[in-house]
Design a protein around this ligand. Structure first.
Ligand SMILES: NC(=O)c1ccc[n+]([C@@H]2O[C@H](COP(=O)([O-])OP(=O)(O)OC[C@H]3O[C@@H](n4cnc5c(N)ncnc54)[C@H](O)[C@@H]3O)[C@@H](O)[C@H]2O)c1
Length: 443
């Protein structure tokens, strides 16, 4: 049974997942993007990025006739009266603020083509006030007799768990305008399945919904940087940040999640979202409220520098001519996303400092090559380890966590490993003869 018709505009990590999962819930979905290559791939049931479980959902729903893709805004406008907007909102060049040009372009290209009553649900992460601004734009662009409502429905999916998070989210947040709104009624139909199973549904005004998303990311970033700041102190006094995190994590007001000390956060969301939040607060005259996020950002970047320092020390004070193996390129495991990736950032720094850097990542190689074409890329973990003077574990893929230290020892030139994610079993590595160092611990 096809329940509702909808478009999803912008079919990147968020949009392609949303489109496929809405079809999985039984809806009739048209995914729209300006990137012809991406749309061609999706039409052929190929997910243009790595996301576990998504290829199956995509294929199944295309085959069932519930999911199609196009680059045509004319088709999109004629297809449905419900539209999800999931285009990118990257950091602006030369500023902390979010670049909203893709979001504006969707409204400019879509709204003049609409007829009748439409609801556009924004899912992109945007600065507070954007939805109201888009409503204004839509009012001006809508043809005579057409009515467009803008609502905000922020997305909380985690790459690596995107399908599960979209089909069974831990909450649904919807911001609607004050008057003349049908968005809640429409959203209840769209999300009927998760709502029926008791998913919390938080209905707010537009500005609260926008702020929920950036606040959630700012909180998560702060939690990670908190433990990494403590980690810096641990390093000075020989304390163990992992045991410390375990101990404070038992307090359920604190919780152990996101207290993994290490190379810190990266990716296409947290770094740009906390910066855009600061920039927006500044525009609103509340700069002081969020200056702590500047520190959160700085702590996070310092961990990358610290890792480069540790690698230099491991090479006797000079990286020139040494072989450094970096395990990981994606910003986190189970993703091929290398946007603002700590792993690639340190690989790049080590290379610029004169090291011969070899990188291996189970999924992120193609994207990494595009960002840093000058690094050496290995075909496998073994290949990457061969001849290494120091090994840096930079992304905690299961494959790296489970690496056999005895076998690894037989491949490298010097048995030195730097655990940037605090995930290796230290005793086993020591027993195999490795000199192991980690962030926030004296081992
Ligand atoms: N990736 C995540 O895990 C995640 C999670 C929650 C929220 N978000 C937010 O979702 C938004 C999208 O993020 P993403 O990671 O999917 O980005 P992305 O870069 O992977 O995808 C954005 C897509 O929008 C397309 N696009 C650009 N302009 C367009 C236009 N005018 N019409 C149609 N398509 C257009 C691009 O071609 C691209 O495919 C961002 O605001 C991000 O902060 C992302």
């Amino acid at each position: 049974m096809n329940l509702m018709r909808m478009t999803v505009i912008g079919t990147g990590y968020l949009g392609a997942t949303h489109a496929a999962c809405m079809a999985e819930l039984g809806h009739d979905v048209l995914g729209v993007d300006v990137d012809e290559k991406k749309i061609e791939a999706l039409k052929n049931s190929t997910v243009p990025f790595y996301e576990p479980g998504l290829p199956e959902v995509l294929e199944r729903n295309i085959a069932a006739g519930r999911l199609a893709f196009t680059t045509s805004y004319d088709e999109a406008a004629a297809f449905a009266n419900v539209h999800f907007l999931g285009v990118g909102t990257p950091q602006q060049r030369g500023s902390y603020a979010a670049d909203l040009k893709y979001v504006y372009a969707v409204i400019q290209d879509l709204v003049p083509k609409l007829k009748g009553k439409h609801v556009i649900f924004g899912k992109s992460t945007v600065p507070v006030g954007t939805a109201a601004e888009l409503q204004q734009m839509a009012n001006e662009l809508a043809p005579e007799g057409t009515e467009v409502e803008i609502a905000w429905n922020p997305e909380f999916l985690r790459e690596g768990f995107a399908v599960k998070d979209t089909i069974t989210p831990d909450r649904i947040v919807l911001g609607t305008r004050d008057e003349n709104t049908t968005a809640e009624e429409v959203a209840r139909e769209v999300y009927a399945t998760p709502l029926a199973s008791g998913t919390p549904f938080v209905i707010t005004d537009l500005q609260t919904a926008e702020l929920v998303k950036v606040s959630a990311n700012a909180f998560l970033a702060t939690k990670i940087s908190f433990i990494n700041a403590v980690s810096e102190v641990c390093e000075l006094v020989g304390a163990d940040v992992v045991k410390l995190a375990d101990a404070i994590g038992y307090d359920d007001r604190i919780g152990r999640k996101f207290l993994g000390a290490g190379l810190g956060f990266g990716g296409g969301c947290l770094p740009k979202d906390i910066r855009a939040f600061m920039a927006r607060a500044g525009e609103l005259g509340a700069d002081q409220a969020l200056t702590f996020l500047r520190e959160v950002d700085a702590i996070n970047m310092r961990r990358r520098d610290r890792m480069v320092t540790l690698a230099r020390e491991a090479c006797g004070g000079n990286l020139l001519g040494h072989n450094v193996t970096v395990l990981g390129a994606a910003f986190k495991p189970n993703s091929d996303d290398v946007r603002d990736s700590p792993a690639l950032s340190i690989a790049g720094s080590l290379s610029l400092a004169g090291a011969q850097v070899t990188v291996y990542d189970p999924q992120g190689m193609e994207n990494a090559r595009k960002v840093f074409p000058t690094l050496n890329y290995a075909n496998s973990t073994d290949d990457a380890l061969r001849g290494a003077d120091v090994v840096v574990l930079a992304t905690e893929w299961q494959e790296f966590r489970e690496l056999d230290p005895v076998h690894a020892a037989s491949l490298v030139r010097v048995k030195k490993v730097l655990d940037g994610r605090n995930v290796l079993p230290v005793d086993a590595w020591k027993e195999a003869g490795w000199d192991i160092k980690a962030l926030g611990r004296s081992l």
